[in-house]
Design a protein around this ligand. Structure first.
Ligand code: AHR
Length: 668
């Protein structure tokens, strides 16, 4: 390449690319990189499920997060029955407040609170709930308080006060329980907040004389997702819906396995009236000693019906993962004996019927009775999370046989263990392929280097046979960074580089999901995470915007993009993929420049006359590898849109150092 030709090309690059961004830190483009793009012979079809989301109740993702309940330990079922509650005065009279356990009568919700104020020792008695790291309260919004109660005669009245962090009352209401007798009744009362407060608490004054039993003290904001009572936090769901995910994986993750089998996730215990869903300790309560969360429990208010409903709301495929008869192998490694696996297998079969069955079938009827006669169109399910070894394989085969003999077209997803390279992985991967497993779930939590080196991982994978589900992955920055600092620009751009390899190999990799999804800034156990939340707000990390860019631009078939006749897998720090969207009628190129120098790129588009001359370009870049988004600057790193011109069949684009681009050229 002659010097004058290079200069000419550099000039062209500046003339043709509509100037989008100022670039003070980037060095001048040094040479041209000529990419050949061919959209004429679309290769592999891209599955509609390609880019999805992974949800687990980790980092206060469900209770204290997506599930909008504001009262923590609402039914006194935590290990310490009054955790989260403060009694005033500290020394209530003997027997005035009792936690009663009726275990034999109600296995799922044994405890309730008994208030007995026959001869009050003090004028006032109250209970204050601290919420999940406080309660996020918004000025002008309605709050719906409810309680289950039982009383032989009328006497005690409830008065509630919502208080800000300075103990100023910012909302109040009252309730006069009306029903008497031996049965439990539900009563609700609503009130409006007069101030916004991220760390509010709720005090319930118990006034008057008498005896009353209380359970399921609950408070939800009115503005839940789709305004469903007892529903989900709308801002958090919206972040997911905006991604238009291809699937939602739930409920995990390790939570599926449990530390032991007794604490595994059992979907049947998560449907029906919330007061009958048995609260259970969350395994992330104790998993990491340095991030212990003694107040982390699962109420299952977000249960399997709600998960399916959420998938339906977002128009995405539900992807449940079920326990395979093995608890977490890092914890107890407890396994169900092979001859006692039936209930586990039955759970899988029943779940398919619950999701898809006719309303006259046993589980289809249960779904209909719960208010959803329409089937959920479940087409796949994971058996086991990060399970491994021969014990896993023999259990998996039993599940596969049972599922396939009843539902031959149903897709079974199998675990390949915890990591993508070890002997354990290869042992499982080989055998799962031999046994023609539909889809194999691969997990990678690795440093940026691993992702960059692995951008060609699937280029040489077998094209036929088992498909891959990149079911959990995230670039893990070095451990000197903590919490949300780990979701920096480097982690996002390295993931983008790797994802071009997933996209190029969409005939092998059918689905992918970043993990974990949510983290509460005051209550996380695991980082990095895609979306960070506090009690009132949420923001997408740079990883969120990378994931969203792929998901919103997934296309329908892989197109070819080559640099020097080769796939673009890291040559000179460049990574690229291209797709065609036959429905939206556009060519979409994704390119990452993972190098410290700006580059001049020319994309020569074959058969360019089929395309319009003006397209769109979205640039994502950061000021340094360590740059992050935050509550204060939620979109510091996010795509910035502009125009791009196709001239004489070529797009000339200047790629800034360490940047990621999505370029879309509409067809005529
Ligand atoms: O995503 C966090 C955890 O990572 C998941 O629960 C588990 O499957 C993996 O080890």
């Amino acid at each position: 390449m002659t010097r004058s030709y290079t200069l000419h090309r550099i000039l062209l690059a500046f003339v043709f690319l509509t100037p989008l961004f100022s670039s003070s830190s980037n060095a001048l483009a040094q040479s041209n990189f000529v990419f050949k793009v061919n959209a004429d012979r679309p290769a592999a079809k891209i599955s509609a499920d390609m880019w999805g989301v992974f949800f687990e109740d980790i980092n206060f993702g469900a209770d204290g997060g997506l599930y909008a309940e504001l009262i923590k330990n609402r039914s006194f079922e935590f290990g310490k029955p009054l955790m989260g509650w403060t009694i005033y005065p500290k020394k209530a009279a003997e027997g005035e407040l009792l936690v009663v356990n009726r275990k034999g009568d109600n296995q799922n919700n044994p405890r309730y609170l008994q208030v007995n104020r026959a001869t009050p020792a003090t004028d006032s008695l109250s209970l204050t709930n601290e919420g999940f790291k406080g309660m996020g309260i918004r000025k002008g919004l309605r709050y719906d308080f409810s309680v289950l109660y039982r009383q032989a005669a009328k006497g005690i009245k409830l008065r509630f006060e919502l208080m800000n962090k300075d103990n100023k009352v910012i909302g109040h209401g009252k309730m006069d329980p009306t029903e008497v007798g031996d049965n439990w009744h539900k009563q609700s009362a609503s009130f409006y907040a007069t101030e916004t407060e991220p760390k509010a608490k709720l005090t319930i004054w118990l006034e008057g004389k008498g005896k009353i039993d209380l359970d399921m003290l609950s408070m939800f904001p009115e503005d839940t997702w789709k305004k469903r009572p007892g529903g989900l936090r709308a801002d958090m769901v919206q972040m997911l819906a905006d991604m238009k995910p291809g699937f939602i994986r739930f409920p995990g993750g390790c939570i599926v396995e449990g530390t032991d089998l007794a604490n595994r996730y059992q979907w049947k215990k998560t449907i029906g009236p919330v007061e009958e869903r048995q609260t259970m300790v969350n395994r992330w309560n104790t998993e990491f000693a340095h991030r212990a969360a003694p107040d982390y429990y699962q109420t299952f208010g977000l249960g399997f019906l709600e998960y399916f409903q959420l998938a339906e709301d977002m128009g995405t495929a539900p992807l449940p993962i079920l326990n395979c008869g093995m608890a977490c192998q890092y914890n107890t490694a407890e396994v169900a004996a092979l001859d006692q696996l039936d209930p586990y297998v039955q759970d899988a079969l029943d779940l398919i019927e619950f999701a898809n069955g006719d309303i006259n079938s046993k589980w289809g009827k249960i779904r209909a009775d719960l208010g959803h006669p329409k089937p959920f169109n479940l087409k796949m399910m994971g058996i086991g999370n990060e399970n491994w070894g021969p014990q896993y394989l023999e259990r998996l085969e039993i599940f596969k046989k049972a599922i396939k003999s009843k539902y031959p077209d149903f897709k079974v997803i199998a675990s390949s263990g915890t990591d993508p390279d070890s002997e354990r992985f290869h042992f499982l991967n080989d055998r799962l392929r031999e046994s023609k497993t539909d889809i194999i779930d691969e997990h990678y939590y690795r440093p940026a280097d691993w992702f960059l080196k692995s951008a060609g991982r699937y280029d040489n994978y077998p094209r036929n046979g088992s498909k891959v589900f990149a079911g959990e992955y995230a670039v893990h920055a070095d451990r000197t960074l903590v919490g949300s600092e780990r979701n920096n620009w480097q982690s996002a751009i390295a993931a983008a580089a790797f994802m071009t390899g997933l996209e190029r190999n969409a005939d092998v990799v059918e689905m992918a999901s970043y993990a974990p999804l949510f983290a509460h800034i005051d209550a996380w156990q695991w980082a990095p995470d895609m979306i960070w939340v506090d009690n009132l707000q949420c923001y997408g990390t740079p990883d969120y915007y990378v994931q969203k860019s792929f998901s919103l631009n997934k296309g329908t078939a892989v197109a070819s993009i080559l640099l020097d006749h080769k796939a673009v897998t890291g040559q000179d720090g460049l990574y690229a993929s291209a797709v065609i969207d036959q429905q939206k009628k556009e060519l979409i190129i994704k390119i990452v420049n993972y190098a410290d120098q700006q580059k001049s790129a020319i994309f020569q588009v074959e058969n360019a006359k089929k395309f319009k001359t003006t397209g769109l370009i979205a640039e994502m870049t950061g000021s340094s590898f360590n740059q992050v988004n935050s509550f204060e600057q939620p979109s510091a790193i996010s795509p910035k849109q502009g125009d791009v011109k196709l001239k004489s069949g070529a797009l000339n684009i200047s790629l800034k150092a360490y940047s990621f681009y999505v370029i879309k050229i509409p067809m005529k």
